[in-house]
Design a protein around this ligand. Structure first.
Ligand code: ATP
Ligand code: MG
Length: 271
């Protein structure tokens, strides 16, 4: 894997058209089943609504080598990787260290983040004697050339790293794990930035919720009647419903396809 860090932040925007996003969630409690990885699910669903393609999802424990292996795998297969968790102050929070080691980057102290952490902890009332644990200082270190994204709901700031791997532009986001911290950063900063970097496609997701028909029956009918359009339908049966999904780009046939699908699903469609 040949890695180059993009120091000039003007990454060629057209390079990302129709590219994929991979997800990494770090935390031993996620792989043991103690905690459900809702972060990646919520972010993937939101990206899909904006026509952005989703690649692989990986869950790893708090082990630096495993986190590094997961980044290597996801970066080879995706154009952007969004990681959550492992940015806390304790010794089992190792995401920043794993990525810096993989990309051969130093971790650099960011005074602005440290100021924000101190202000937040001093205002929290948890340290009336003023003795802020120095372990928190670890949260003010970021891989060099990172763009720091302030966390308004917690101590660990997020960051964005642009690099070139095997001559392909990549974007990596490191986000804190708690949903109330990472999800606002995702929706307010990351999603708009990905759309701005042209990650989206012109495809729109259409969904129909049906009742009273089986997946096999509906699939047979749709695939037979719409054969000439070469479409790929998605099906999700969740009793008593059947959801049908279709990604379509604007085209001269769009209206015709939608009318035909709606005619076929009509008797079962719950609008
Ligand atoms: P902290 O400073 O709290 O340690 P962190 O960035 O290191 O933050 P984690 O230690 O991975 O994040 O997670 C902290 C908490 O956030 C977890 O105990 C859990 O409640 C929640 N959390 C972490 N990852 C996820 C996830 N993928 N989906 C849902 N909740 C998560
Ligand atoms: Mg943690």
């Amino acid at each position: 894997m040949v890695i180059m860090i993009v120091k000039n932040r003007a990454v060629n925007q057209t390079n990302f058209k129709n590219k994929k996003i991979g997800f990494l969630a770090t935390g031993t409690e996620l792989i043991t089943g103690e905690l459900l990885n809702t972060n990646s699910q919520i972010m993937a669903d939101s990206l899909l609504q904006h026509g952005i393609k989703i690649g692989e999802h990986v869950l790893v424990d708090d082990d630096q080598d495993n986190i590094q292996d997961a980044f290597r795998f996801l970066l080879e297969k995706n154009d952007c990787v969004i990681s959550t968790g492992g940015l806390g102050p304790t010794s089992d929070d190792l995401t920043r260290e794993a990525l810096a080691q993989l990309l051969n980057l130093n971790l650099i102290f960011n005074p602005t983040s440290w100021e924000r952490i101190l202000t937040r902890l001093n205002n929290s009332g948890r340290y009336p004697t003023g003795a802020i644990p120095m372990s928190n200082k670890k949260q003010a270190y970021f891989p060099e050339h990172s763009k720091i994204i302030p966390n308004l709901n917690g101590t660990a700031d997020a960051c964005e790293i642009s690099c070139e791997i095997n001559s392909q532009n990549k974007i990596i986001y490191l986000l804190p794990g708690p949903p109330k911290e990472c999800l606002p950063i995702f929706s307010e900063i990351i999603l708009p930035s990905l759309l701005n970097n042209n990650f989206g496609s012109d495809q729109k997701l259409y969904r129909w919720r049906l009742q009273g028909v089986s997946e096999a029956q509906m699939a047979e009918l749709l695939e037979l009647e719409l054969k000439k359009y070469n479409l790929i339908f998605g099906y999700r049966a969740h009793s008593p419903y059947l959801d049908i999904k279709l990604n379509l780009s604007p085209s001269a046939e769009l209206e015709e396809i939608l009318n035909l699908v709606e005619k076929l699903v009509g008797p079962y469609w719950i609008k």
